[in-house]
Structure formats: structure tokens, C-alpha cells
Design a protein around this ligand. Structure first.
Ligand SMILES: *Cc1c(COP(=O)(O)O)cnc(C)c1O
Length: 652
């Protein structure tokens, strides 16, 4: 009996030659979604250039991560780059000023940041600071958000947009804020709010600045399609709009109406949807103006400006347009339709949040282990005394060749079924099932290798690869750090941040620390086909060397939507400014301790320790626990409570 040659079977590391940092860039698509902020450097590490231009100050992400860990900052780490925020603010403003100049448009551009996208104080402060020169404003979508906005907005006369459900308290606070020198505009999202605004204004003797949000018939597209169209939660129908104008007129308040707003949803992947909603929205503007609301001076086109998360230009997680095209389309639609109706060009407000913040933060985490136990060596050969099923498997392993591969594939699937059945019926024992499983994987491994060399082997490769892929266990929680990946199937770019000069030879899915079977990543962008695939290419783990992966573009929505599933809390976060000579650590925001996370679900540190102490005391009395052991147990317990919710010590 001839034993197959070992070269055919092994899937050990491919030769490191023939691989390069450039090949990694291509494989992970970093130059497609990195937008100049992220690339692979010649050391094979991810490199961050916050200004997005090749000449700007930059930092090696691996070195930065190691430096941070040397200072006691723990993985998973959320690394934020305020300079990227600044670059995004400049980018959108430059796009609009270019479009305005080129079209000779008469109105001005004002960006407004909707803080619901990421309310972290340091981030909002950075945006206010960087936005000052552009007179950038803020948007609040709720009462608590308005209180944040009022405290943080320092720019004189900056626009503050008030959206969301409103009660009189919300409206009165908004009215009073005008006295602080802010240009606060209260947007009527629901019809009843008109009455509340009129009442509050009379009570306080302050003339309001009013906006009307209109419901468009044009649908958005993508994952957030429900926020638009006739069934959307917010906005006035045309009937309500007409009636609303009458109410304002009757209170002599028509000239308080200065803004028309619409929002067709977030992450609009297709520019055609944006264009058609603009047409409809601008028509509302010109019509309302014609109704005598001649003090209208803003059109607020909402958010929706997309981020290219996967670099394909074709998926829901991507965009088929640039920021410049977006700005051009907004300006030209406004110009054309306003000129047509002889209405003065309004100032343009956008509420882009995702576009400004997504790029600025990266989650870096380590891999804590893999389940590559089923390595692909065949077990000891089956003999005549083994169960016939095992002998069949042995036979498949040996006879497999290019001409019978399909037959072998079918036989293999059948043998697998039968093995499982015979185990359940008590015919095969534990050892025999283990042998059959090992042999199954050995055959599958050999079969994939062979199928890859055959022209029509693709189907077999595809079917078997999913079963053979490794799982890399990662020190983070999907639910805490990238909830949209779980909730709406959004893609985020994920890749190793080092060893990119080595060929990544392992196909893996990533599992997080939660015990939830949804806590995993198994949808990745395939840069070759532009479609998604179930596994990503990673490197083999080396003993005693941590392996770091990064999830990129996590700055929008993820932090605040993240939850405490399995009690994994906020990660450590740092704000890093990159300078010509290195970098500075602007802020360190420690992640939640176990005690903090537990307090959200009403456990108190003190009473928990107390109850362990009592249990220990009783055990000492019974003689089942020594005083030494009791001391140790309580020490560990208290340390656990004050510790990080994630796994510590990645070196081990
Ligand atoms: C959420 C939201 C935004 C932000 O949208 P992005 O797509 O993140 O820019 C803007 N305006 C309103 C009314 C929103 O609800």
C-alpha cells in the first residue's frame, strides 16, 4: 500500500518569498478603503497618515500599539486620531467651496455635525475646534443631546439644529439658547410641535427660528432605507406643511421660518438616489418660499453622505460617488431649481456625521487562540480489524486522484453522514469517531489542494473551504465595538496590522469573546471579486508573539450603539496626535472596570465582596477552606472587580 507523498497533504506555511507589502495591500484592499489615511509600509505594518496626504506626519500602527501597551494601556484599544477628523472637516468644506465657486452659487455652506453619530466629549470638542474656521455647527436629536450641544458649542453665531421628539422643555431651552449668541433653529419634525413652539415663544417672549422637515416621497437606498419615504417617522406631509404655513401666518410668525430640512437615511450607496431626493426637496423649498416665507435662507439636506467601507464602489457598504460629486450635485440641483423659480440661493446645511467620524478610529485587538486542532495529517492507517466505514475512508484517502475527485467527494460526504449515524446508534465508539473525523479533515485538505489545480474544481474548493477554515479567537466583543456588523450586516475593513511582508496562509473566521454564536465576523470583502467571502486570510500564530488585528472605520455610530453583552464594557481609548517628530497622547480614556459594568445591572462592589467574605468565613468554620486560601480567593475576587472586562496579558 503506497502512502501518498507528504507534499500533497501538508498545508504548512507557503514559502515567504514571492510575497510583499504590496501584495498584502492588494489582498486587504487597504488602498481602496484607506483613502490615504491608512496603507501598508515597507516593514509590513499598517501605517497611519492622518492628513490623508502622502507627505504628512505619520505613525506605524504596530509601533504605536506596542508603545501604548508599554504604558499600561490595554488591548483591545480604540485608537482615535483627531487629525483625521480635522482632515474630514476640511475635506467636506473644501468640496463645497469648490462647488460653490465653480457654479457661481450665491449661498454659503455650513456643515452641522449630528452628535448622535458619536457623542464622545473629546471628539465633539475636537470637531467644534476644527470646525470654528468653517463656522461648523452641531445638531441635537434629543433633549439630552441638546444639553450637550449647548455646553460644547463655543463658536459665535454657529448654527444649532434641533431635531427629534420635542416637549416644551426642549423647545424653551432651545429658545433661551439664542440669548447665548447661538443661531438655534428648531426643526418641526412632527406637526404637533408647531403649537408647542408658538406657545413657548409667546411665553418667553423670544421669536423662534423655525425649520420644517419635509417627508419626501423619494426613497433612499441601502440598509437605512426605512428612514425615508412616505412612511418615515419624521417630517411633515404636504398636507401638514400647507396647514403649518397657515398656522405660522395666523400667529404672524411666517418670517420665523428660515429652514427646510429633509433626510433620506444614512449611508446612501448610490448617487442617483441622492440626486432624486434633492430635486424633490429643493422643490419643497422653492414652493414654500413662493407661499410668502421669504425669510427662508437655509436648506438642510440632512446626512446620508456615505463612507466607502469596502472599497468596491458597488455594495451597500460602499458608495458609487465621491464627496466632491456629492457637493457638486447638491449645489447644482439647488442652483438650477432656484433659478428656474426665481428664488434666491439659500445657504446649504449638511448634517453629515458618518462621513466626518468613521475614519478617525481604529480598534486594535489581539488574537488569543485558534482552533486549528484539526490539523490536516491523516491518522494512523486503518486496518482490516477496523469498522468497514473507517476502511472506506482510508480507501478514499489513498485512491483520490484528479480523475475520480468528484466520486471521492460524494463518497466522502456519504461516509461522513454514516459515521455520525453509527455513532448515534452506538455502533462506533468515541475513538472511532475521532479517527473518522481526523481522516475526514485529512481527505478534505488533500482534496482542496488537488481541486485547486483542476479547472472545474472550484465547487469542491468552495464547499470544503468553509468546513476547513480555522477560527481565530479575538480579544474584543462584536456587540460592544462593531454592533452594526451584527445588527445590520455592515462590513468593516479588518486586517492584520503587522507581518504584512509575510504571506498569510491561513483562512479563518474571527470569533469574539462573547459566548453568543453571533459574536463573530464571517463576512469579509473579497478584493478579487468585489463580493463577500466567509473567511479572511491571516497569518499563522507564532508562539510567544502577539498577533494584532485592526478593525478600521469604526468612528461612526459603533461606540454609542455598542452594548454590554456578556458584560464586556468600553475598551481603553486613546486620542493620538501625530507630529513630525512622533506623536502625542492627548487623552487616555480608561475602559470600564468590571465593577463599573456590574453597577449598570445593579450589583454593588461592596455587597458582592461582602457576600464572598461571608461564604469564605462559613467555609473556614466548616474546615473546607484554609485561611490562606480564603485570603487568596478574596484577593483575586477584588482584583477581578477592579480589572478590565477583556482578557489581559496578550504576551502569554
Ligand atoms: C442620523 C441623522 C443624520 C446623520 O446621518 P449620516 O448619514 O451619519 O451623515 C443626519 N440627520 C438626521 C436627521 C439624522 O437622523
Amino acid at each position: 500500500m503506497e502512502h501518498p507523498s507528504p507534499e500533497l497533504v501538508q498545508t504548512g506555511p507557503a514559502s515567504p518569498t514571492g510575497w510583499s507589502a504590496d501584495k498584502s495591500s492588494e489582498m486587504y484592499g487597504i488602498n481602496n478603503w484607506g483613502h490615504g489615511y491608512f496603507r501598508v509600509n515597507q516593514n509590513g505594518n499598517v501605517h497611519v497618515t492622518p492628513c490623508g496626504k502622502s507627505t504628512g506626519p505619520s505613525v506605524d500602527l504596530l509601533e504605536l500599539t506596542q508603545d501604548l501597551m508599554d504604558r499600561g494601556i490595554r488591548v483591545p484599544i480604540m485608537i482615535r486620531f483627531p487629525d483625521i477628523l480635522k482632515a474630514r472637516v476640511d475635506l467636506i468644506n473644501n468640496c463645497f467651496s469648490k462647488a460653490i465657486t465653480e457654479h457661481n452659487y450665491k449661498g454659503q455652506y455650513t456643515g452641522v455635525y449630528p452628535i448622535k453619530v458619536n457623542q464622545q466629549r473629546h471628539l465633539v470638542e475636537e470637531l467644534v475646534k476644527h470646525g470654528q474656521g468653517h463656522r461648523m455647527g452641531l445638531e441635537a436629536g434629543s433633549k439630552p443631546e441638546l444639553l450637550v450641544v449647548l455646553a460644547l458649542m463655543k463658536t459665535q453665531d454657529a448654527v444649532i439644529i434641533c431635531n427629534g421628539f420635542k416637549d416644551s422643555e426642549y423647545i424653551e431651552t432651545a429658545l433661551l439658547s439664542q440669548k447665548l449668541g447661538r443661531h438655534t433653529i428648531i426643526v418641526v419634525d412632527r406637526f404637533e410641535e408647531i403649537h408647542l413652539i408658538v406657545e413657548a415663544s409667546k411665553k418667553l417672549g423670544i421669536r423662534p427660528n423655525i425649520g420644517f422637515r419635509v417627508k419626501l416621497n423619494t426613497q433612499g437606498a441601502g440598509k437605512w432605507i426605512d428612514s425615508s419615504g412616505a412612511r418615515s417617522k419624521f417630517g411633515l406631509t404636504t398636507v401638514e406643511l400647507v396647514e403649518g404655513l397657515e398656522i405660522l401666518k395666523s400667529h404672524n410668525m411666517l418670517e420665523c421660518l428660515e429652514l427646510i430640512h429633509f433626510h433620506i437615511g444614512s449611508q446612501i450607496p448610490i448617487i442617483q438616489n441622492i440626486k432624486s431626493s434633492l430635486k424633490e426637496g429643493v422643490r419643497f423649498f422653492t414652493e414654500v418660499y413662493k407661499q410668502g416665507a421669504t425669510n427662508l435662507k437655509f436648506i438642510d439636506v440632512g446626512g446620508g453622505l456615505g463612507v466607502d467601507y469596502d472599497g468596491t464602489g458597488t455594495s451597500d457598504s460602499s458608495t458609487n460617488y465621491s464627496a466632491q460629486e456629492y457637493a457638486n450635485d447638491v449645489v447644482s440641483a439647488l442652483q438650477t431649481l432656484c433659478d428656474e423659480k426665481g428664488v434666491p440661493h439659500p445657504n446649504i446645511v449638511t448634517e453629515s456625521g458618518r462621513f466626518l467620524t468613521a475614519h478617525h478610529s481604529i480598534l486594535v485587538f489581539n488574537v488569543t487562540g485558534t482552533n486549528d486542532l484539526l490539523r490536516h495529517e491523516p491518522p494512523r492507517p486503518a486496518t482490516k480489524t477496523d469498522h468497514p466505514l473507517l476502511q472506506d475512508l482510508q480507501y478514499i484517502y489513498e485512491k483520490l486522484n484528479p480523475s475520480n475527485i468528484n466520486e471521492c467527494f460524494n463518497d466522502l460526504q456519504q461516509s461522513k453522514q454514516e459515521t455520525l449515524q453509527l455513532f448515534t446508534y452506538g455502533v462506533l465508539g468515541l475513538q472511532q469517531r475521532a479517527w473518522a473525523e481526523s481522516m475526514y479533515f485529512a481527505i478534505a485538505t488533500k482534496m482542496i489542494k488537488l481541486a485547486k489545480t483542476l479547472e472545474d474544481g472550484e465547487g469542491i474548493v468552495e464547499q470544503l473551504s468553509d468546513e476547513l477554515c480555522d477560527t481565530y479567537f479575538c480579544n474584543f466583543s462584536v456587540f460592544q465595538s462593531i454592533p452594526d456588523s451584527w445588527a445590520v450586516g455592515q462590513l468593516f475593513p479588518v486586517m492584520p496590522i503587522h507581518r504584512l511582508n509575510e504571506r498569510p496562509v491561513v483562512q479563518a473566521t474571527l470569533a469574539d469573546l462573547t459566548c453568543d454564536s453571533d459574536g463573530k465576523l464571517e463576512k469579509f470583502i473579497d478584493t478579487e471579486t468585489g463580493k463577500t467571502k466567509k473567511t479572511m486570510q491571516v497569518h499563522e500564530i507564532k508562539k510567544s508573539e502577539p498577533y494584532f488585528l485592526g478593525v478600521f472605520l469604526t468612528g461612526a455610530y459603533q461606540e454609542i450603539l455598542g452594548d454590554l453583552h456578556n458584560l464586556f464594557g468600553d475598551t481603553d481609548a486613546v486620542h493620538v496626535s501625530v507630529t513630525a517628530s512622533g506623536y502625542t497622547l492627548d487623552h487616555y480614556v480608561p475602559g470600564d472596570t468590571v465593577t463599573e459594568v456590574l453597577s449598570y445591572v445593579q450589583y454593588r462592589h461592596h455587597s458582592m465582596v461582602e457576600s464572598i467574605r461571608q461564604a469564605a468565613e462559613e467555609a473556614i468554620q466548616r474546615g473546607s477552606l484554609s485561611k490562606q486560601e480564603a485570603k487568596l480567593l478574596i484577593k483575586f475576587y477584588e482584583e477581578g472587580l477592579s480589572g478590565y472586562t477583556y482578557l489581559e496579558d496578550p504576551e502569554q
